[in-house]
Design a binder for this molecule. Structure first.
Ligand code: IMP
Length: 434
């Protein structure tokens, strides 16, 4: 069954884009099914760096068709900016290689505004969102007052719905936030002006993907954000507003769960988190700062410094099980090089009890003290390693322990930014498309 999912097992930024890029060599389609321009996917090809927020990573492969599916919060302005940047770099992508679902919800200008106002209002209790309007867009979708890509091609219908929504929002803006009123006609006009350029890309992607599945084309689902940011399964309320885990792929792309083949979980060799929310293995001080610098741990989307911590096997195993992963990819193992000792959290102590599982309530997670296993570190530069045997013994031991906790084989280890800086273990055959 040649339909695979690549999904993050932590709080995002696991290096999914690199795994996707390596895997997409053998695939026909790459599909984004959730999230929006809050994502930041960085791919380095032959020393050239690409950072995507909305456009699937498949666009760097000339033979791949990329699909922005119905579950994505779609902001046309960001989409065009990314297309223009690709064009300027001689990598133009036309509609024959890029499809956008007519069912995808539009991130409207007022969604960004509301995201920022809600965060400001929360003060110290802010979630630390990317302020890309993601939460308000999905809130409108669930409340059935959203606008979809397909609505852009029915201008009267579009204007009527925008008017109704803006009328409601203006009450909120005036009375809750003391902001001036929005002009519904201007908002509608700004979005409708984008319709002609967008039209060639717009597709009934549900029908398109159904046909691709039927024809046995090799499809890779590109997870954005990650399992611990999933609205249902993550550390609520410190989550994003979509089903970012593999569980969201079927609904987010309109593909039957029966079509899904393998699920590949991506985890860093340590843990990072941007935004607020509990993070039991966070390392405060110099050691955390050193990992941040070595790993270049600054947000692709917002530039914020990422919080860094040790590998949390409790959280990662929870994510591995809930996503039902078949194999995992370990990224940034090179960044841990230079630590005298490395630590893995194997359980939590909460209220005097040792808990092996990941708690569902954020207050329990905030109270959790990690129980650590310590291993020897390594100081060698491992970016040249291409086989597991090339890794120093301590790095191999670390990989073995992570594999034990995740309960599935390792399919790939990333030891550097470039596509080529990759170790494929013999168990990597799990990646085969057949
Ligand atoms: P939102 O998705 O912008 O609403 O942000 C909600 C939370 O998810 C915040 O903590 C963000 O920092 C986090 N988040 C959203 N997208 C990403 C991502 O691509 N990587 C890492 N964190 C993210």
């Amino acid at each position: 069954m040649p339909v695979h999912i690549v999904v993050g097992l932590q709080w995002g930024d696991e290096g999914k884009a690199k795994a996707l890029d390596v895997l997409s060599e053998d695939c026909d389609l790459v599909v984004r099914y959730a999230g929006g321009a809050n994502a930041g996917h960085t791919v380095v090809v032959g020393g050239e760096r690409f950072a995507f927020h909305l456009v699937p990573c498949g666009v760097v492969r000339p033979d791949v068709v990329s699909v922005v599916a119905n579950g994505v919060a779609f902001e046309p302005q960001v989409f065009f900016k990314e297309l223009d940047e690709l064009d300027e770099r001689g990598r133009a992508v036309g509609p024959e290689r890029l499809r956008v679902s007519e069912r995808a919800h539009l991130v409207m200008p007022y969604h960004r505004l509301l995201d920022g106002l809600a965060e400001r209002e929360k003060g110290d209790a802010a979630l630390g969102t990317t302020v890309r309007g993601i939460g308000p867009c999905y809130a409108d979708k669930a409340a059935r007052v959203g606008l979809r890509v397909g609505d852009l091609f029915r201008p009267e219908h579009f204007r009527t719905r925008v008017r109704a929504r803006v009328e409601e929002l203006n009450v909120l803006l005036a009375h809750r936030y003391g902001e001036s009123a929005l002009d519904a006609e201007a908002v509608a006009g700004e979005m409708l002006a984008l319709a002609p350029r967008l039209e060639p890309y717009v597709t009934d992607t549900v029908a398109y993907l159904a046909e691709a599945v039927r024809a046995g084309r090799r499809i890779l689902f590109e997870g954005a954000q990650a399992a611990l940011l999933d609205i249902d399964l993550g550390t609520y309320p410190y989550v994003t507003s979509s089903n970012a885990s593999a569980c969201g792929a079927a609904a987010g792309a309109g593909v039957s769960p029966r079509a899904i083949g393998r699920i590949l979980g991506v985890t860093k060799a340590y843990t990072t988190r941007v935004g607020a929310g509990p993070f039991p293995t966070e390392i405060e001080g110099a050691e955390g700062d050193a990992i941040r610098e070595r790993g270049g741990e600054y947000g692709t989307t917002t530039g914020r410094p990422r919080r860094c911590g040790w590998f949390d096997a409790v959280a990662a195993r929870y994510a591995a099980r809930v996503n039902g992963i078949d194999a995992f990819v370990l990224t940034k193992l090179d960044v841990l090089g230079g630590c005298e000792r490395v630590r893995i959290a194997t359980a939590y102590r909460i209220g005097g009890r040792t808990i092996p599982h990941f708690p569902s309530h954020v207050e329990d997670l905030a109270a959790a003290e990690p129980v650590y296993e310590e291993l020897d570190g390594w100081s060698e530069d491992i970016t040249g390693a291409r086989r597991v045997e090339d890794l120093p013994a301590a790095a191999r031991r670390y990989l073995e322990r992570v594999t034990g906790f995740l309960e599935v084989p390792c399919a790939m280890v990333s030891v550097g930014k470039d596509r080529a800086e990759t170790v494929i273990p013999s168990t990597g055959k799990e990646l085969a498309w057949s």
